[in-house]
Design a protein around this ligand. Structure first.
Ligand SMILES: [Zn+2]
Length: 158
């Protein structure tokens, strides 16, 4: 693999940059206190060492795309739950069975969720969003960032 723009072979996958982006570094510093610390340190200087966690801006830039359908499940979830409880009580009381109530709850809940999802996919542009997300995710898996010019190269599908 070589960069499309400058031909450099110093390129890395987005995936690698992203997972590589969070790291723990060791930092050390030498300080010279204003007062005499000779009894503690022969040179009068003290070394301080610690660690810090660093997430690079680059790693954030190379994050995978966010999911397309998260909002639908949350929006449909509450009415589905309320409706299912209602159906469970009505159904359960009608036939005097606890288990029929549970069954009604499950059926109505999943029926409502599946229907909402279908409506979203068909009428509210959900299919296009899913397709766009899949395309972005697929491209993300094949995206390379050049270390020399910063250009992005998307490799051909295997
Ligand atoms: Zn380049």
């Amino acid at each position: 693999m070589k960069c499309e723009k400058c031909g450099s072979s110093d390129i890395r996958l987005f995936k690698v940059i992203h997972s590589d982006g969070t790291r723990t570094e060791t930092v050390s510093a030498v300080v010279e206190p204003k007062w005499n610390t000779k009894p503690l340190s022969s040179s009068g200087k003290q070394k301080i060492q610690g660690t810090r966690t660093v997430r690079t801006e680059l790693a954030r830039q190379c994050s995978p795309p966010s999911s397309a359908d998260g909002g639908v499940w949350i929006l449909a979830g509450l009415p589905a739950f309320v409706l299912s409880i209602y159906a469970a009580f009505k159904g359960g009381f009608y036939v005097h069975s606890f288990w029929i109530g549970i069954l009604a709850f499950v059926l109505v809940y999943w029926g409502f969720m599946a229907t909402s999802f279908k409506i979203w996919r068909t009428y509210l542009g959900g299919n296009a969003k899913i397709a766009a997300y899949n395309k972005k995710l697929d491209e993300w898996h094949r995206s390379w960032l050049c270390g020399r010019c910063g250009g992005v190269t998307i490799s051909a599908r295997k």
